[in-house]
Write a protein that binds this ligand. Structure first.
Ligand code: XMP
Length: 514
């Protein structure tokens, strides 16, 4: 594969914005990777970065166990940009003084630029920025000059021009920082002098050649889910493996209205994939009979899926490779500084497959973010129907029916889902919302329909905005959309007489109800 020429390394101190920095850099056609703060100096040097960015993080440099890099890292002869906590680490290691602030700054603030610097080229003297810090730098290290301030922070940025070390107490990667992009661009192109040479299409042609070389004459198998990641991964692998690639789409009976049919049509007709449809709804419904516990549902569905996939792989006679749509956010070793990592839900994905089947993995999207995968998908001619789909969980409608699953409940939920999707699309919101869907709650409440008393089940509507599914906020849907959804659900679906709207964010709730 052609290695991109310019490379930026981001050292992750655990900020919620680290991936955003990486995406901003890639949007500027510059390749970058994120390494955890625990990475060895050897690994960092081996990457041969053209510049290093130290991310923000939730700690204070004085916390017990606060994440640190060794001073040796700062001695690597490349430009450095420390952001927020990253700047404080830089200050601390270079001999400056960091202290808890009297007035913590979280949110909007105003930057006042004091010195002319390459980093702020093209920015106005005063501009809005986004701050999020508890500590401040009260004394910059020797040979560093302070270049800007805010009302509560005398050192909002500093730099040592000779060493090409720059620090920002605010977040340039966040949209609220009006000149954030300009500042990042100045660092990348004027200070670090990198090239705009990260081109997605070149990357993909390189991948196809790599996979073709690796798999020459051998067979590969791929599980398709109907979502963008597995589809793009399969289309790329298909270009390389050709006849040797077989895809499997399992209809587990927990899919949305006509989903299996329409997805299979796209796969075969538009994308020329060799896909086998395995109809297994009977098996899944039988295994789920009487099961009400969400974790048990998830485990049963996951296990059955692996079993079916294993049988299909055996039928192929000598398959060597498994193609998976793993994305970069799944690969990044996330920095767990505080808090526990208890299992909230056992997400069903195909992660357990390669071990079980003894297959080698092909992951064409391992270096990519979701928005990059969408662009590639579009360039590969994959229809919007698949590329712009909202995420849909592996266990499907099973985790959107509270309690036991049966055909009647699935029928009701499918109809409700089709109505909600249609109304959200009509309102032009489908692509703007992370997810919008109904949940079936099989408790009964009293209503009146015509002149008659009704005693029927409940549907909850959920619509959330999110950038990665890790946190989410409910969407303030227009009442008219909610009203239309509720009216249509009740008049078009037998068995429902009440509709409610879920107005919780994640945390404390989760996106799916089970
Ligand atoms: P939760 O409910 O955990 O969901 O807030 C976060 C995101 O993950 C999706 N989700 C899943 N996706 N297999 C998947 O592939 C799963 O088992 C699964 N459970 C939840 C959910 O739709 C949301 O986007």
């Amino acid at each position: 594969m052609k290695i991109p020429h310019s490379k930026i390394l981001i050292i992750d101190f655990g900020s919620q914005y680290t991936q955003l920095i990486a995406r901003k850099i890639r949007e500027n056609s510059v390749y970058c990777e994120i390494y955890p703060v625990t990475s060895s100096i050897k690994k960092i040097k081996y990457f041969e970065p053209d510049a290093i960015i130290l991310s923000g993080g939730p700690s204070s440099v004085y916390d017990n166990g606060a994440p640190f890099i060794s001073k040796e890292v700062l001695e690597i002869n490349v430009p450095f940009l420390g952001i927020c906590y990253g700047m404080q680490v830089m200050a601390y290691l270079m001999g400056g003084t960091v202290k808890p602030a009297n007035n913590r700054e979280y949110g909007h603030s105003n930057l006042d630029i004091l010195k002319k610097t390459k980093l702020f080229k093209g920015c106005k003297k005063l501009s809005p920025i986004w701050m999020s810090h508890g500590d401040i730098i009260v004394k910059a290290p020797d040979n560093f000059i302070v270049t800007s301030r805010t009302e509560n922070c005398d050192t909002a940025s500093f730099e040592n021009r000779e060493k090409k070390m720059y620090g920002l107490q605010f977040h340039p990667e966040v949209a609220h920082t009006v000149y954030g992009n300009k500042i990042l661009n100045n660092f990348l192109f004027d200070i670090a002098g990198v090239e705009k040479d990260w081109k997605l299409d070149d990357f993909i042609s390189g991948k196809v050649l790599d996979i073709a070389g690796l798999t020459a004459g051998k067979k590969a198998i791929c599980a398709l889910s109907g979502g963008v990641d597995s589809t793009v991964a399969a289309v790329i692998a298909n270009k390389a493996v050709r006849k040797g690639l077989k895809c499997i789409f399992v209809d587990n009976g927990l899919l949305r209205d006509s989903e299996a049919k329409s997805v299979m049509k796209y796969y075969r007709e538009n994308l020329d994939l060799n896909v086998k449809l395995v109809k297994a709804s009977g098996l899944f419904l039988k295994a789920l009979k009487g099961v009400v516990n969400p974790e048990r549902k998830r485990k049963i569905i996951g296990r059955l899926f692996v079993q079916i996939f294993e049988e299909e792989a055996k039928k192929m006679n000598g398959v060597d490779f498994l193609v998976q749509g793993t994305l970069y956010p799944d690969v990044i070793e996330s920095v767990k500084i505080f808090g526990s990592s208890s299992v909230i839900k056992s997400h069903h994905n195909v992660g357990g497959l390669p071990k079980k089947l003894g297959l080698k993995l092909i992951e064409p999207l391992r270096e990519l973010f979701k928005d990059e995968v969408r662009i590639i998908g579009k360039n590969l001619g994959i229809p919007d129907e698949i590329i712009k789909r909202q995420p849909f969980p592996g266990p499907g409608l099973a985790i959107r029916i509270i309690g036991e699953i049966n055909r009647k409940g699935l029928g009701i939920l499918r109809k409700a889902d089709a109505i909600v999707t249609e109304e959200i699309k009509n309102a032009g919101l489908y692509d703007k919302i992370w997810q919008s869907f109904p949940v079936l709650i099989p408790i009964k409440t009293v209503g009146v329909m015509g002149d008659e008393r009704s005693y029927e089940s409940l549907i909850a509507l959920r619509a959330v905005s999110s950038s990665d599914g890790m946190t989410a906020d409910f969407v303030e849907l227009d009442y008219n959309i909610l009203r239309t959804c509720a009216a249509r659900i009740i008049s078009e679906i037998k068995g429902i007489n009440r509709v409610v709207y879920d107005i919780t964010s994640k945390p404390p709730s989760t996106i799916e109800w089970e």
